[in-house]
Design a protein around this ligand. Structure first.
Ligand SMILES: [Zn+2]
Length: 316
């Protein structure tokens, strides 16, 4: 397993919403984990305990469905967390240094959304393992509530157990996986990728087969495939600075682009998350981040802006 690129090893998927063209919306629709849910676990017996129904994904390829049920992925507003939710998380493995570093990364998201994360000693809604042989992955959004209580819902690979400070690569991993945990999908698979660059599929396949030992099917559904608009709720203008973007090396695109691993939330990451989980008041560390500012960043159409602001006023 390639150890230098933890972001690209994760085995989940997803993201995003709010197109500049005005596609969507109902960004504030609450999740309903009890209805059309999906869940997944890596072992067949656990899948039996948590039957999966992915009505929204029925017409996706069998390989795609297999992956979604393995890790939990989704693309529906139903899988977002309820507004103003306090989400508990706990660690299944790792030492205090690792836990402290991951804690510091998690709080970076919570500056911009109305969700709060509270660490508990065990049995959190998000259960984090720190297994260095498994890649990094996470269930998507509230789907983690359907995982077996003894199973992790997120794995973070490459969090050094000897250091105290969260380094850039570790931070990228934490931000990316917690992006999935609040319901975001991959930016490089966004429909807005079209026209930005053209993947060199041979180069992509060679890279991930060699350095990550991924199967063709995994590469297809984690990197190459573009989400169909009918399967996702919203998406932003393309954002190559997003933490939900895999790094791109020159052999990965026909244009020979080089897009580095993103280690900080981009402006669009913050804005996109905020319009889905809008805060009534900005956090003290980021007073400029009002909902109106987020809508400006996203260049949201006036009709969408009005709806988002209206919905924000009805928040619990
Ligand atoms: Zn991912």
């Amino acid at each position: 397993m390639h150890r230098d690129d933890p972001i690209a090893q994760e085995s989940l998927v997803d993201r995003r919403s709010l197109s500049s063209s005005g596609l969507i919306v109902s960004p504030l629709k609450l999740c309903n984990a009890g209805s059309t849910g999906a869940a997944g676990d890596t072992s067949p017996d656990q899948s039996t305990e948590n039957p999966v129904h992915l009505s929204a994904l029925e017409d996706l390829s069998p390989e795609f469905q297999k992956h979604t049920t393995c890790r939990g992925i989704s693309i529906k507003n139903e899988f977002l967390w309820p507004q103003s939710e306090e989400i508990t998380y706990s660690y299944i493995s790792g030492n205090h240094r690792q836990h402290s570093k991951v804690d510091s990364g998690i709080t970076r998201w919570s500056h911009y959304i109305n969700l709060t994360f509270r660490r508990v000693s065990s049995g959190g809604s998000i259960r984090i393992s720190l297994n260095d042989n498994e890649g990094s992955w996470s269930y998507l959004g509230a789907l983690c509530l359907r995982a077996h209580i003894d199973s992790p819902t997120m794995n973070l690979q490459g969090i050094d157990d000897q250091t105290e400070i969260l380094e850039d690569r570790e931070k990228a991993t934490v931000l990316h996986e917690f992006g999935h945990a609040i319901g975001l999908l991959h930016e490089h698979q966004s429909p807005s990728r079209i026209g930005e660059f053209t993947l060199n599929e041979k180069g992509i396949i060679k890279y991930y087969e060699t350095s990550h030992e991924w199967s063709r099917a995994e590469i297809q559904c984690q990197v190459i495939d573009i989400y169909k608009e009918k399967h996702i709720t919203n998406f932003s203008q393309f954002d190559h600075k997003s933490v939900m973007m895999y790094p791109m090396y020159p052999s990965h695109t026909l244009e020979g682009l080089e897009l580095p691993l993103n280690t900080e939330l981009s402006e669009i990451d913050k804005a996109f998350a905020m319009v889905h989980y809008p805060r009534l008041e900005p956090q003290i560390p980021s007073p400029q981040w009002t909902v109106a500012h987020a809508l400006d960043v996203l260049k949201a159409a006036a009709q969408i802006s009005m709806q988002v602001i209206k919905n924000t006023k009805t928040l619990p």
